[in-house]
Design a protein around this ligand. Structure first.
Ligand code: TYD
Length: 204
């Protein structure tokens, strides 16, 4: 979908900060955009998010819940904004399902694709900004931040599988992926993201 941009990456690599910087840049330069996140985006999505981040469940159940939240998110938030000609920036989307449920939980890409078929249908991102940083070296880890949800509490091995999943996806969908390696200086990373989106005519 034109004008639909997603951000992906492992935990603690500075994704939220980078999204905030992009938001500030777009506000400063008077470029309207809708910022949203998964799982969440509306009331039902936020409730599903709470369950997903707290309750223990099977991988299959997890994949379906993410997809269910996604259906609501697409129909009530994303498509509405895109149809009004807005730029939509989403913090995590289908590639998180591929990386976490498909690769790390071991459901496989095919199954996750099937589960998401109804959800995503024709609503694939035009570009995906992938913050390419090993989760075991993440900024958050370096700062020793406390673990505050179920996914964050998973083992290092799990997070490495997620990372490997994203790497594979970035190769399989090379045309869609914008791979950015976070630098210690957050402003520098932000500039790389802005430059990459400008080069592709997404923002000015
Ligand atoms: P969140 O607190 O938003 O994490 P982050 O700040 O790292 O984005 O929690 C979302 C968690 O859900 C995160 O661990 C990734 C995971 N997730 C999946 O496993 N599958 C998905 O399809 C999505 C959208 C997220």
């Amino acid at each position: 979908m034109k004008n639909f941009i997603t951000f992906e990456g492992c935990e603690g690599v500075g994704k939220s900060t980078q999204i905030r910087y992009l938001k500030e840049y777009l506000q400063k330069t008077n470029q309207p955009a809708l910022f949203t996140r998964e799982p969440g985006g509306n009331e039902v999505g936020e409730k599903i998010r709470e369950i997903l981040l707290k309750e223990k469940m099977s991988a299959l159940c997890e994949a379906h819940l993410f997809a269910a939240a996604r259906i609501e998110h697409i129909n009530t938030v994303i498509l509405r904004a895109l149809n009004q000609g807005m730029l939509v920036i989403c913090d995590r989307y289908i590639d998180s399902s591929f990386a976490y449920q498909g690769f790390a939980r071991g459901l496989g890409l095919e199954k996750v694709m099937q589960i998401n078929e109804f959800a995503v249908n024709n609503c694939m991102p035009q570009y995906t900004v992938f913050l390419d940083m090993n989760p075991l070296n993440s900024w958050r880890k370096q700062k020793g931040k406390v673990i505050d949800d179920r996914m964050e509490g998973e083992s290092g091995e799990f997070h490495l599988k997620v990372y490997d999943g994203f790497k594979r996806l970035s190769q399989a969908y090379a045309d869609r992926y914008i791979v950015i390696e976070p630098k210690p200086l957050k402003e520098e990373t932000s500039q790389s993201i802005i430059d990459a989106l400008r080069k592709r005519g997404i923002i000015k």
